[in-house]
Every structure is written in C-alpha cells, then in structure tokens.
Design a protein around this ligand. Structure first.
Ligand SMILES: [Zn+2]
Length: 334
C-alpha cells in the first residue's frame, strides 16, 4: 500500500492540510482566495501540495491520493453544488484538482486520485477514524457552531444522500411554536439551527429573558455589555443561574429530540457532539444525553452520546481517511 495521503479541509477563510504517513506528519494552512469567483482556490491547493511533497520527499508513486472536504453538498465524490462561501456554483472539484496535480507532477490524473465530500460529513468520518467515535463504524455527528451541521457515517463510509444533503441536521423542524424566535435562513420555521446554533442559543436566551422575569446574571450582562454570548449562557448555567439552566434545558431538549429522530432511522453505534458550542463540555453532553434518552425509541436509549475530540482538525483527518479507507478496501484490508 502507498505510504502517503493528503487530507484537505476547504473553509471560507482558510484551507487546512494534513500530510499523513503512519500518522499525521505535517499540518499547514493557506488563506482561501475567494477572488474571481474562487477560481484560484484549486490551483493554489495544487501548488501548496506540490511544494510540501517536494519538501518532505513524497514521491508521486508513493502518494495514495488526496481527500477533500468542501463547504457544500457533494453527492458523488466529485462535484460540489452551490458552494456560495467559496464563490463557486457547480464545480467538479475532485476531477479538477486531480488534473492540476497531474499537470504539476507530469503524470496522469488517475495516478493522483482525489475524492471530495461535504465538510461536516468528512469531519464525522475523521472522528470515527481517530476521534470521539473511534471503534464505531456507524455514527452521527452534530456540529454546533455558527450554524448546526451534521455528518452521517454508515459502515465506515460517509453517507452523502441522493443530492449530497444527508446530515443537514440543522434543518430538522423540531422546535415547538412557543420557542420559535423567527424564520430560519432556509425559509422554514422551527429548524433546530434556530435554537441550537451559537447564534440560535443567544437569540433564544434573549427571547426567554424577555418572556419571563426570573432574576438572572444574564440580564446584568445584557445591561452592561448590550449583548451576551453562548459562553455567558453556559457559564451562568454551570454556576446554577436558574434562567440559564432553563434556557439550556430547552435547547438540549430539542437537540435530544432531533438526535432521537435521526437515531430511529440510522441506528448509529454512537452520537457525537462537536463544533464551537461543544466547548461547554461534559455539562452540555450530559444534558443532551439525558434528553436523548428521554425521547429515543426504547431499544435506542443506550446509544452513547459523546463529545467530538479532534476539534477543527477533524476535517483533515476525515479527508485523508476517505482516501486511505478506499485504498484499504481495494486491497481488501477493510
Ligand atoms: Zn432551516
């Protein structure tokens, strides 16, 4: 089996890279150049890969390929659709990168295979390989950041869905009318993202404080700073602030509801919670697990709910593992 693999995680502001041999040998990043409709992105990715291969003496004959996570739906391992924060419409990203690398290394595109998938799905695969989902072959991961994303891994492979939209956990409609604070960016009402993303939690906290008169440190913070953060809400909750505890209980009730619903379809071996909001740690995990158990189908209540552990490196790990696992399957090791 070829020794080297490269994992690429393409984001709207930076592109992360990992060079994997027996383990992660080198990681680096470049800024995302979104000028001219993102037309420089793939050439710049190819350029930096070629540079690092030269520096580390990675010979093309010993490079298994490149895996790439992209911030948009990727139904087929190649074409990403409507990748607005890169300035792309539909781009055959894997094929184009493979051709660029072949040109630079003076070989054929089939000598440098490139596979692409949605970044949240790729992160879930990374967590399955060497993160919080290690030892599981099927899992779901919910990513609580600016939005709510998710990834689905079934039998060790990313599940993309028919049009690349599998894992859009944030747009499951599960919020009761009384807790809805407005329309979701997708146009629907009551999406999980509206209450469980970093912005959603703050929005719901303000709504809760407006609707009740329970004394809370959050009211003082709002008066002093004019705003509150997700961290403020969790810190207050951890310190026993009654209003913050109520807010977090409601947020995690809907997370538990959505995850119980997905579990009834996927029956995963474990559920992972990642993204910036998961910095709230065990306090958040325990509450999501409680509400999950409360609402899950009886046979699924014992599904472990864990924290993701790879942070923003999950993408490069998962991207590399897409290629590594493909090669292992070809060699019948998996
Ligand atoms: Zn939505």
């Amino acid at each position: 089996m070829k020794k080297w693999t490269i994992g690429v995680d393409v984001g709207g502001t930076e592109i992360k890279f990992g060079l994997f041999g027996d383990s992660l040998k080198e990681k680096w990043f470049i800024p995302t150049n979104v000028s001219e409709h993102g037309s420089h992105i793939l050439p710049e990715i190819a350029e930096t890969i070629v540079d690092k291969c030269r520096i580390f003496g990675v010979d093309i004959t010993n490079l298994a390929g490149v895996g790439m996570g992209l911030p948009g739906p990727v139904p087929d391992g190649n074409m990403v659709r409507g990748c607005v924060n890169l300035g792309w419409s539909n781009v055959a990203a894997a094929r184009e990168l493979s051709e660029l690398l072949a040109g630079a290394f003076s070989c054929q595109p089939e000598d440098i295979p490139v596979r692409a998938a949605n970044d949240a799905n790729v992160a879930a695969l990374g967590e399955m390989w060497l993160g919080g989902g290690k030892s599981c072959k099927s899992l779901i991961m919910v990513t609580l950041g600016t939005g709510v994303g998710g990834g689905v891994v079934i039998d060790g492979r990313i599940y993309n869905g028919a049009s690349g939209c599998a894992g859009e956990i944030g747009h499951i409609i599960c919020v009761d009318e009384k807790d809805i604070t407005g329309n979701c960016s997708c146009g629907n009402r009551g999406c999980l993202e509206q209450i469980a993303s970093a912005t959603g939690i703050v929005k719901y906290a303000r709504h809760y404080l407006d609707e009740t008169d329970i004394p809370s440190v959050l009211r003082e913070l709002l008066r002093e700073k004019g705003n509150i953060s997700t961290k403020d809400v969790f810190d207050a909750g951890k310190n026993g602030d009654e209003a913050a505890e109520q807010i977090i209980d409601t947020v995690t009730k809907y997370l538990g509801r959505a995850l119980a619903g997905i579990s009834a379809v996927i029956n995963p071996e474990c559920i992972l919670i990642g993204g910036g909001v998961s910095a709230a740690g065990e306090y958040l995990r325990e509450k999501v697990a409680h509400h999950f158990r409360e609402q899950a189908f009886s046979e699924l209540k014992n599904t472990p709910v864990r924290l993701a552990v790879l942070g923003n490196e999950a993408g490069i790990f998962g991207a590399a593992y897409m290629m590594i696992s493909e090669r292992m399957r070809e060699d019948s090791i998996l």
